[in-house]
Design a protein around this ligand. Sequence first.
Ligand SMILES: O=C[C@H](O)COP(=O)(O)O
Length: 236
Amino acid sequence: MAIIASNFKTNHTRKSTADFINNVNDFLNTNSISEDVYVFPTATSLDTFATVSNLTLGAQNAYATANGSFTGEIGTEQLDEFGIKTILIGHSERRHVLNESQEEIAKKFSFYSELGYKVIYCIGEPLEVKEQGLEQTLEYIYEQFVGIDTNYENLILAYEPVWAIGTGVTATNEDIKSVHSAIKARIAKPLLYGGSVKVANVREICSLDGVDGALIGTASWKVEDFKQIIENTKDL
Ligand SMILES: O=C[C@H](O)COP(=O)(O)O
């Protein structure tokens, strides 16, 4: 059974997020779909929704704190208000656009894992590393596990090559298989693929050996497309 996750990034309003969640919830409920589905809205659109048990709302990011003086950040006090117990950590845009260091990421991981949060932990290499070959790629990826307890029970991994994110260029099946099998050989955790997953290729990608689901940005933001993605990966 595939795990399907939608990362809204900086898209959707409170209203459109609520419409999206309720629509997906009705879809899962009516069609008795039991895939694990995650939605990561913006922090301002987090809310309490009555959903089926296999639809989970998560935070795209939060600071390693309950509360305090961290301007612009949210902590567990704000997440608790909506019962949010799932978080993305190490996303490529946090690493490469917001310049979060591995040390900060590891600190965040420790904080949220100690609280029992489900963590979707992202790893992936930029283009200049990929061009150096598989060995360098894996070396780069393994550095992203420094300080991370990969035995943590509530851990899901997501391999997202930076060059494939939001570019429309999906990694080839061979690329995905070689990186996934190497990571899987080291870490026995569910492993999602992310990077230009689309309605048309999601089933093929999620059927590959070592791929347990997909973390999707762009192609998941229209609710009809996201429902089609869920439909396309049914019964895998
Ligand atoms: O979190 C999702 C990934 O960054 C993939 O984004 P994308 O589907 O727009 O390439």
